[in-house]
Every structure is written in C-alpha cells, then in structure tokens.
Design a protein around this ligand. Structure first.
Ligand SMILES: CN(C)CCSCc1cc(N)cc2c(=O)[nH]c(N)nc12
Ligand SMILES: [Zn+2]
Length: 374
C-alpha cells in the first residue's frame, strides 16, 4: 500500500524547517518540544495541564511501561492513550537506552539485550521484535527501533562495531513492522558517536532500510558540548530531507535552538520537568532559582513574559514558599511553567522560521542562557 507522505515542510529559514507531521492521533506542528512522560505520566501534571501549556505530543517509555504495569495490561485497557487519557500523539522510546542507563546487570548480544528489572531483579530479554511488539501493545504513534547507544567517550572501534549491531537490530524492527503495516510510524536511530564518517555510515545503512522518520541518538550522553554541536551541524542537514528528524534527549534552550537551525524538527528532554522539581525555573531572562532568599517578598510574577497559569496567578514569594515548605503544589506549578517555557520556545521558532528571523531568536536565547553554550 502506497504510504501518503506523513511530513510536510511549510517554510524554511536556512537549514531550519517549519513542518507538519501527521499521526493517527492528530498532526504535530514542528519544530516541537515533547514533554517526557516516562511511566505514562508527565510527572506532577495531568492531561488538562498539558493541553493548557500547549503540549502536542508526549513521550512514553517501553522499558518502564513493560516492567510496570505491563504492556499487555495497557493493551487490555485500550492502549496507552486511553489508559492515561491523553488523546494526542505519543512517541515511545524503544527501551534499550533505559536498560543501559538503569541496569548494571545486562548482557548485550546479537539477539538483543538481557537485563534484570531495576524493580524486582527479574530477568528479561529485549529483542528488536519484542520492543516492536511492546510499542504496538502501547499503541504509540511513533515507535523507535531498538538501538545501542555507546556511552559518551567510547573509542572509535567500539562505536564502529556498535553501529553495525544497531543497523541489524533496526532491520529486524522494520521486518517486524513493515512500512504500511499500520498507522504507527517507525523511526530509525542514527548512531556513530562523535565520528562524522561513522555517523554517515550509520545513516546510509538506515536510509537503505527505510523509516518514516530518523533520530540522532548517541548525543547528550556525556560527550563535550563542542563535539555534540559538531556532529549536529554535520548530520542535521544530511538526514533525509522529507522525513521528520528527532534529536533524542536534547536539550537546553540553546541546544534546542541550535538543533532547529541545523534542521532538527523534534526534541525531548527531562530538563523542564526534572528541574521544576528542584526549583530551577526557565524564564525569558534566564534561569531563576526560586528557593533564593531574594524572592521571599517578591510579589512579581515568575516571568512577566510568560502567560502560563503559574505566571498569571502566583507571585515569586508564594512559589518560593511552596518550594521551601516542600508543598506538592510546588512541583505542579513549577512544571506547568517550565513546560510552557520549552513549548513556547518551539512555538516561537515555528513563527521565526516562517518570518526568516531564526538568527534573532537564537541571539536572544544565547543572551538569556550564556552558560548553555559552554
Ligand atoms: C526522557 N528521554 C531522555 C527519553 C527519550 S530519549 C532517550 C535517549 C536519549 C539520548 N540522549 C540518546 C538516546 C539514544 O541514543 N537512543 C535511544 N533509544 N534513546 C536515547
Ligand atoms: Zn510561566
């Protein structure tokens, strides 16, 4: 069955693209930031909050949902959208990355990756076929292939061998879910570490198999920022032109704008949700550490340039009080704001690309976050 083109480019500004991705649960305006909802919830906020802050597509995670509550239980409850009452698009990572980041005990082989659950120590094997089956049970709109993400700083020989395994696994994922097999999209993940030639080799192999979208993996895993930016500049524009491009696990506000100017369409990062819970808030004037004593009697809004519920309603003094008192409401209000900041940033980028003013947006973000470019 001929697949209709799922991704349309509406405008460009240099390598930056303003696009539209169609999924079974609606269209996604790109560039887009995707809030992370690893175990079926974006921590501290509910679906109504997510809609209110402008979330379009959120992330779920194969590893976590497979272990608890179980992908088959979620399937029996009607799939992840129904289970968590999120009716917009969902992207799920394949789980390999989480196996490596959460488990000391794991064994990597041609068949797949064997690991012990971080919850109860039970033994499991993730194969390419298994992670596709889990993501089909979850019903995610975008599935990721099983890949190996070499740790930052891995030597070239290891990275070269690893990308071969990632390609063989990607091919098995595609065979388990051929193009046109259903409404879910399958994205390939380009590896190759900090080596341009290995990155191009990984991409050529994946493009030869054919996926609905392509992700840059293996970045923001401890490598030097300069190395990440070098690979991003080299590979962003080289990813297939008419497919969505996803930079996994990135990043800071400046990383995101830099990714957009290098042709990336989709981003996910735990920074807004994780930092909300430790009081680090992102604003138009840079980071605000809400627990600082200077805010004790500050009646001004967190960010005068932000129109989120938190900034419209509460003072910095109150947000500081909630945080210091360890009130649960602090997590929710801080998360609402931080997500709104990252979602507004990509919304502003969409407008900037249409207007040809991405350079000005980047200069503004670089000035507000001078420490990010380090
Ligand atoms: C919450 N997010 C961090 C989870 C989704 S993105 C996870 C993630 C992050 C990073 N930096 C690299 C990789 C990678 O190379 N492969 C895979 N499969 N996932 C990755
Ligand atoms: Zn706000």
């Amino acid at each position: 069955m001929e697949r209709q083109n799922i991704f349309t480019i509406l405008a460009r500004d240099g390598h930056a693209r303003r696009g539209r991705l169609s999924t079974a649960h609606g269209t996604v305006e790109t560039p887009v930031f995707m809030p992370v909802g690893t175990v079926g919830s974006v921590k501290a906020v509910c679906p109504a909050d997510l809609k209110d802050v402008g979330a379009q597509i959120i992330l779920g995670n194969t590893y976590h949902l497979y272990l608890r509550p179980g992908d088959e239980l979620v399937a029996r409850r009607g799939g992840l959208h129904r289970f968590m009452r999120w009716d917009g698009p969902i992207l799920t990572d394949s789980g390999g990355f989480q196996v490596f980041s959460l488990n000391e005990l794991r064994r990597l082989g041609e068949e797949g990756v064997e690991f012990r659950s971080h919850l109860d120590g039970s033994r499991h094997l993730f194969t390419p076929e298994k992670v596709v089956s889990i993501q089909r049970n979850l019903g995610s709109d975008v599935m990721m292939v099983l890949d190996e993400c070499p740790p930052g700083g891995s030597d070239r020989d290891y990275v070269a061998r690893s990308l071969g395994l990632t390609t063989r696994w990607a091919r098995r994922c595609r065979e388990a879910y051929p193009a046109g097999a259903g409404e879910q999209h399958l994205f390939g993940i380009v590896q190759g570490g900090i080596y341009e030639d290995l990155r191009e080799e990984s991409l050529a192999q994946l493009a030869g198999i054919g996926f609905e979208g392509y992700a840059l993996g293996g970045l923001s895993v401890g490598e030097k920022k300069a190395d990440m930016y070098r690979i991003l500049a080299h590979m962003g524009p080289r990813l297939p032109e008419n497919a969505p491009r996803y930079l996994m696990g990135v990043g800071t506000p400046l990383d995101i704008v830099t990714g957009i100017e290098n042709g990336i369409d989709m981003f996910d990062c735990v920074l807004p949700t994780r930092n909300a819970r430790n009081g680090t808030l992102y604003t138009s004037q840079g980071k605000v550490n809400i627990k600082r004593a200077e805010f004790r009697e500050d009646d001004s809004p967190l960010d005068p340039a932000c129109s989120c519920y938190t900034c419209r309603t509460f003072s910095r003094a109150y947000l500081r009080h909630l945080y210091v008192a360890k009130e649960i409401l602090s997590f929710r209000l801080n998360t609402i704001h931080n997500l709104r900041y990252f979602l507004d940033l990509t919304a502003r980028a969409r407008t900037a690309i249409e207007a040809g003013t991405m350079a000005a947006l980047k200069a503004e973000i670089a000035a507000a976050y001078p420490e990010d470019g380090a």
